[in-house]
Structure formats: C-alpha cells, structure tokens
Design a protein around this ligand. Structure first.
Ligand SMILES: Cc1ncc(COP(=O)(O)O)c(C=O)c1O
Length: 392
C-alpha cells in the first residue's frame, strides 16, 4: 500500500489536554467496588415530573428541529426564572439555549476570541475552558485563586496579568473545583476591572442554586455591570440533576446573542426538542426537588468538612457547588500521582488538583454528589493513605 502523507491536524487543539479527571474516571470505571468521589455530577435521578414531560413530548411527536435559541415557552420560562431567582431582568430575546453550559460557553468563546487573544481563566478552574481557548486559537492565561486566600481570586495578581491582548475574563462562582462563592464586593471589583480594561466577562454561574450556606442563590455578575459586556451562563445539569439531558443557557446583549446563535446553528442546530420540553416542566413545576437536593449536598458538606478537619486535610470550607478540596501536600507527591495511587491501592477515586491548573497541585477534589456512606468510607481511606505516605 502506498504511504501518503496527510495534511496536518489543528495543532492548537491537538496540544490541548484532555480533562485530567477523565484519567481517574476511566480507570475507576473498570474497577468494580471502587468508591467514586471524582465525578462532578449529581447522584440523584432527574425528578419524575421532568422525565414525564419528556415522555409526553415523544408520545405527542414533538421530535423535530426547533428554533436554534430554544422554543418560546422555554425562553419565556427562563426569563421568569432569571428574574425570580437571580434578580436578572431580561427579555426572552436575550436568552439563548444550547447543549449544556459547556455548549453555550463554547459558542460564547467562538463569538469573542480571535487568534492570539488572551483569555483569563481561574486557577484552579474547570478544565473544559482550556480546550475551548485552544480551538479558538487564543491563549489561556490563568489567574490564581490560591488555597491561602480560601480559593478567592487574587485580584492584584489578576490585574497584573492583563495585557493589551487580553480580551476575555472568565469568572466561575460558585466555583468548580473549590466550592468558593465570591462575595458581592469581589464581583464588583471583577466587574470594575472588566469595565476599566475593556474586557468581555463570561460569568459561569452553572452552580447558581447549589448554595451550601443557607442563601438561596449565588450573587450574579449580571447585577454588577449592565453595559452589555457580561455573558452569564447557567445550566439545568446541576440544579435539576439533568447532566445527561444537555440543556444550558446564556444571557447576553443582542449583538452577542446573534453570534452565539450562529455558532450553535453550525454545531447543534438546536437542543433536543424533547429535552426542551423537560426544561419547561423543570422551570414551571414544583421547585422543592432543588431544595431537597441542595439540602443533601449541605449535609454531606458538613460531614466531609468535619472528617477532613479532624484529619488536618481541610483547605477551605466550600460555600457552594458540590465539591470540597483535601490537602495532600504532606505526601510530598503531586496530586495526579496521589490520585492514581489512591485509586489503585485503596480503590477511591478523587479528582487531582492538577486537572484544574497548578495552584491546587497538591490538593484533590472530592465530589459531594456521592452518598454519605461513600464519603465517610472514601475520606477515611484517603486520610489514612495520606498519613501513611506522609510518614506521620
Ligand atoms: C464550572 C462548570 N461550568 C460549566 C459546566 C457545564 O455543565 P453542563 O454542560 O452539564 O451544563 C460544568 C460542568 O461540570 C462546570 O463544572
């Protein structure tokens, strides 16, 4: 057979890393009985009334393409939710739905980032955005949210990282992986930076309703800047335990919405019509399911924080999302190596801090979307292992 040389692939995309959480998840998958604390998704079933609405959509034949941004009843219900829950007053025309928060953040990046543009992202932070910046041919610059600041952004360091090429500032509160929730004053200062340095601001608020400190909802960036430069992103995945349904949405100024829709037109045409009907039922139906799941996360947070504190491994108490970080620095081992050994030798999966950047390179993320029993057993084994490796 003749050898042919094929044209090169996109080097920026190829050089981007797969999420470091996958490495642990893939290995844990083939390990029956392993305690899985690495996954970032609710362990609850989607509430029955939401699933029923999807079944009805199939039975009624509601199975065709829809408008790209979403069916009108969904966008109207979202305008109601945004006002009621987040205090954001926008018309349905400024709301666009896409395949998960990840889909709308990707579409936003595609709309904003040109080759060579710098995008500021949090360290530690959700790894998927790094891949987006790569295919947009931008350059990711990480700003530190270090453990010693309770994982809050170091605003002075962030300001020093802004250059004439900086185009986008991405903020994620409540934060994955740290559970930090930024207070209004921090949001105000971040908004001020974006305004003064003329940056777009993507505010990833996908965990808006997963608040562990008794407040109903996290403060929204949209309430700090109304000049059209903020794009707030939300999802059904976390609040309604709908990760597999793929429904997220963004709120943005009209010019931007048009770009986002154009991108979505080319990548997904629309979110599954069936999922959209489920989304309408989620928003218009009873909301106690959200409160019940959040109260379970809160109970598990309290349990995990107590266990970690007792073992001397707690870094900061999470206030939102469903994660807590454990300090494994005394093992004198990087978090990736520690997580691999913990899985292989103690059958406990955790997400290494190295998957989220370098600032939390000696910590691991534990997901509170796991049963109380798994958390108790898993954290127990982790603490013992740290002690053993640390030689204390
Ligand atoms: C910080 C953050 N943003 C966005 C998302 C996107 O979630 P989805 O695409 O399921 O809506 C996730 C999912 O884990 C996340 O952790």
């Amino acid at each position: 057979m003749a050898t042919t040389s094929l044209p090169p692939l996109s080097s920026d995309l190829l050089e981007a890393h797969h999420s470091g959480i996958r490495e642990i998840a893939n290995e844990a998958y083939g390990m029956p009985g392993a305690i899985r604390l690495e996954a970032g998704q609710p362990d609850f079933r989607t509430p029955a009334h939401i699933a029923e609405a999807a079944k009805a959509a199939i039975d009624e034949g509601f199975t065709f393409y829809t408008p790209t941004a979403g069916i009108p009843p969904l966008r109207e219900a979202l305008a109601g939710k945004l006002e009621r829950v987040n205090g954001i007053d926008v018309p349905p025309a400024q709301i666009v739905c896409g395949p998960g928060g990840v889909g709308v953040i990707s579409a936003t990046m595609a709309t904003l980032v040109e080759p060579g543009d710098e995008v500021l992202t949090p360290d530690p932070g959700w790894p998927n955005t790094s891949i987006m910046v790569a295919w947009a041919h931008g350059r990711e610059v990480r700003y530190p949210c270090p453990p010693e600041l309770g994982f809050q952004p170091d605003l002075e360091a962030l300001e020093r990282l802004i250059t004439p090429r900086t185009k986008v500032l991405l903020v994620n509160s409540p934060n994955n992986p740290t559970g930090a929730v930024y207070p209004e004053e921090t949001l105000r200062r971040l908004a001020g930076l974006a305004r003064d340095r003329n940056l777009w601001l993507i505010s990833d608020e996908c965990y808006d309703q997963i608040m562990l400190d008794g407040r109903g909802v996290a403060p929204s960036m949209a309430n700090h800047l109304q000049d059209g430069r903020v794009i707030s992103v939300f999802t059904f995945s976390k609040s309604y335990a709908m990760t597999g349904w793929r429904l997220g949405y963004a709120v943005a100024a009209p010019d931007l919405i048009d770009g986002i829709i154009k991108f979505l037109e080319s990548t997904s045409s629309c979110v599954s019509a069936i999922t959209q009907k489920a989304g309408v039922a989620a928003l218009n139906g009873p909301q106690d399911c959200v409160a019940e799941m959040v109260s379970a996360y809160r109970r598990r947070r309290d349990l995990s924080v107590d266990l970690l504190r007792e073992a001397g491994l707690l870094v900061a108490e999470p206030q939102g999302a469903f994660y807590v970080m454990a300090d494994v620095s005394q093992t004198r081992m990087g978090a990736r190596e520690f997580a691999l050994r913990l899985l292989r030798e103690r059958q406990v999966g955790v997400a290494p801090g190295t998957a989220f950047g370098s600032v939390a390179g000696q910590a691991v993320r534990i997901s509170l979307a796991s049963s109380d029993q798994d958390l108790r057993e898993g954290i127990g084994r982790l603490a013992e292992f740290v002690q053993e490796l640390g030689g204390r």
